[in-house]
Write a protein that binds this ligand. Structure first.
Ligand SMILES: [Zn+2]
Length: 130
């Protein structure tokens, strides 16, 4: 048995969805018909098996069973500006399973400001050396 998190496709399907596996962080295809209790809530933790006939990145999950509630939102205080911000389940999954990064300690505004200053300094370095 593998465990992972339910991840809906971008457009939101009602028949198919994805499971992000906690072991290898691969995304597995899943169908609602493989869930005995119906479509699980987004970001809930599930146990599943891989269908015997499927392999590779589009392998299909089967025997899907919900084993945990969705990730609870996390509240943090920004290290830069001190404001309190919330990391939703979606944001947690995005950082941890998609970007494979630790959860941020700065609010969205401060992260954006930092990113923009890094980009502009990189551009500046490139143009001055050319
Ligand atoms: Zn901030």
């Amino acid at each position: 048995m593998l465990t992972g998190y339910v991840e809906y496709p971008r457009l939101g399907g009602t028949r198919h969805f994805f499971i992000r596996c906690e072991t290898d962080w691969e995304r597995y295809f899943a169908a609602v018909t493989d869930c005995p209790n119906g479509l699980p809530e987004n970001y809930s933790r599930v146990q599943f098996e891989l269908a015997a006939y499927s392999r590779g990145p589009s392998a299909r999950a089967t025997n899907i069973e919900v084993v945990g509630s969705p990730l609870p939102p996390i509240e943090r205080t920004c290290r830069t500006c001190g404001s309190v911000f919330v990391l939703s389940a979606g944001l947690q999954a995005w950082f941890q399973s998609y970007k494979r990064l630790p959860l941020p300690w700065r609010c969205a505004d401060c992260r954006r400001a930092r990113r923009e200053s890094q980009v502009s300094s990189a551009v500046h370095t490139t143009s001055s050396s050319a």
